[in-house]
Design a protein around this ligand. Structure first.
Ligand code: 5GP
Length: 190
């Protein structure tokens, strides 16, 4: 298989990692393509199948697990499964591009362990758990229950930060975007 680089961005939900990943995807010199994950949850807001996620049923998801079609998968929240299909990475490598992932911390670390040399694993750190709560509420795409579930998970996720190659503190979004760009640029030019 082609040796395109793997760029992993992981963080608790609401840390701003998706915004940073979108910013990097706009930089042509990085030659990045987004790894579209499979997800068993319903689309939110403007999300589209085949662009943000491959939205599939829980049943289909379990079939893919059985078929060993995933590079990694996680039940990120109860009954919400997310995973990276092996075929997705092959698709991107066949285009001659580097892969960028927006995935949870466990999945991110799993990819780093599978491809240690090829992967840059970045953890995006929010200013505080309170700020995270504020951002998730502001986004208001989920019920209070779901927001609370995400916040409860955040503390556990924050503890994994030292296992990543680099930590970007997202206290100011423009600074974090620029820092991410420089990091990825250095890594893909190696
Ligand atoms: P959301 O529901 O907010 O889109 O995503 C929930 C969490 O699942 C986020 O932390 C997101 O990064 C993570 N996630 C998305 N795709 C994948 C994947 O393929 N694998 C893993 N392990 N996590 C994922």
């Amino acid at each position: 298989m082609n040796k395109g680089k793997l760029i992993v961005f992981s963080a608790p939900s609401g840390s701003g990692k998706t915004t940073i990943v979108r910013h990097l995807l706009g930089k042509e010199d990085l030659n990045l393509e987004f790894s579209i994950s499979a997800a068993s949850r319903d689309p939110r807001g403007e999300e589209e199948h085949g662009k943000d996620y491959y939205f599939i049923s829980l049943e289909q998801f379990k079939k893919h697990i059985k078929g060993e079609d995933f590079l990694e998968w996680e039940e990120v929240y109860r009954d919400n499964f997310y995973g990276t299909l092996k075929a997705e990475i092959e698709r991107i490598w066949a285009l001659g591009k580097n892969v960028i992932f927006d995935i949870d911390v466990a999945g991110g670390l799993r990819i780093k362990h599978k491809f240690p040399e090829q992967t840059l694993a970045v953890f995006v750190k929010p200013p505080s758990v309170d700020e995270l709560k504020r951002r998730l509420k502001q986004r208001s795409t989920e019920t209070d229950d779901k927001i609370n579930m995400r916040i409860a998970k955040a503390s556990v996720e924050l503890a994994t930060a030292p296992q990543f190659d680099t930590i970007i503190k997202n206290y100011d979004l423009d600074t974090a975007k620029e820092e991410a760009y420089q990091l990825v640029k250095d890594f893909v030019s190696k």
